[in-house]
Design a protein around this ligand. Structure first.
Ligand SMILES: Nc1ncnc2c1ncn2[C@@H]1O[C@H](COP(=O)(O)OP(=O)(O)OP(=O)(O)O)[C@@H](O)[C@H]1O
Ligand SMILES: [Mg+2]
Length: 311
């Protein structure tokens, strides 16, 4: 009934998916494009590859507007949407590649060279003759990556290329992206929810929220400014008296028996001073420092956005 109603009397609502997003990317860069669900990442990528036409503003990729020059643009780009496949469902992987060779007019030499190199790094030869419908997610993703790169594109768009992959395949995919970027100077634009992708691949990140660009710059800067604290864990031979800890650290500590976890806020406290204090007052058995990981940084960043909205 709902489907029928939608068909005869559809209701429309205007949605601004991206607004005032401006950036420039140089040849050979790997840029991470991140943001919460529904932020507008895929929409930006779709505009850049020419699937969507922006209602306002301008996009130029190598001097061309992608949506006006779709054919020419598509020769220069490779695209992988982690959620979808561009491989033909019913035929073996190799047949898709042959079709691509024909469509993109790839020379035999380049084709052979690429297939050989991709097999080496990604191990696609294991399932080259299997129909795509029988591939596992990780195999399909690897096959898709190769398909996107067969014609030696200058730019590679990756929309969540590591979604759902196991640790080993993730690592291989990352290694492959890095290698392609290094050896062919391919520009890579990567959206992901897996922060270790960023750590391994990108020095620059752009953060989008609710359709607006909130940050564009070094990943390291982001880490330094949005990591709130380090956690120092010290194990002593006997339990530290509660009162000493309270006097020294106020409420910046928690304890589990002989272990104390101290929150180190860099501007107020130094780990070295803390460790010295423990050594002075007890026999220390073990010391560990855990730095804020990138996940925490991104969480802090998104929370800051949410807070700013409420205010
Ligand atoms: N074809 C469409 N028609 C209407 N609204 C859309 C369409 N595609 C996306 N949107 C809306 O635009 C907004 C941005 O969506 P987009 O897919 O770009 O988000 P995203 O950042 O890629 O999110 P995710 O991390 O979940 O993939 C969302 O609110 C979404 O509901
Ligand atoms: Mg998306």
């Amino acid at each position: 009934m709902g489907a029928f109603k939608d068909f005869v009397a559809p209701r429309y609502e205007l949605k601004e998916a991206v607004r005032d997003v401006s950036f420039q990317i140089n040849k050979g860069e790997i840029v991470g494009y991140i943001g919460p669900n529904g932020a507008g990442k895929s929409t930006t990528i779709k505009m850049m590859v020419g699937i969507l036409v922006p209602t306002a503003g301008r996009i130029e990729i190598g001097g061309l507007a992608p949506y006006d020059n779709r054919l020419e643009n598509s020769r220069k780009i490779g695209v992988v949407f982690g959620q979808r496949t561009q491989l033909w469902w019913d035929i073996p992987v190799i047949e898709t590649y042959k079709l691509m060779q024909y469509i993109y007019k790839i020379s035999n030499e380049q084709y052979e060279h690429n297939i050989r190199q991709f097999s080496e790094i990604l191990g696609i030869d294991e399932f080259m003759y299997t129909p795509v419908r029988q591939l596992s997610l990780g195999q399909r993703m690897r096959a898709d990556l190769c398909a996107a790169l067969l014609h030696n594109p200058e730019i590679l768009y990756l929309d969540e290329p590591t979604i759902g992959l196991d640790v080993d395949v993730k690592e291989r995919v990352r290694g492959f992206i890095k290698e392609v970027n290094r050896t062919r100077e391919t520009t890579v634009i990567l959206t992901t929810h897996d922060t270790s992708d960023l750590d391994k691949l990108c020095s620059r990140v752009m953060v989008i929220d609710q359709g607006e660009l909130m940050y564009d710059g070094e990943l390291d800067y982001l880490k330094r400014n949005y990591s709130k604290c380090d956690i120092l864990t010290i194990e002593t031979e006997s339990e530290m008296p509660e009162q000493w800890l309270r006097e020294r650290f106020n409420d910046a500590y928690t304890r589990e028996g002989r272990k104390c976890h101290i929150r180190i806020e860099q501007e107020q406290e130094s780990s070295a001073d803390c460790i010295a204090w423990f050594i002075h007052n007890s026999r220390v058995k073990d010391v560990q420092i855990r730095q804020t990981d990138i996940d925490e940084v991104i969480r802090n960043l998104y929370q800051t956005f949410k807070q700013a909205e409420r205010e």
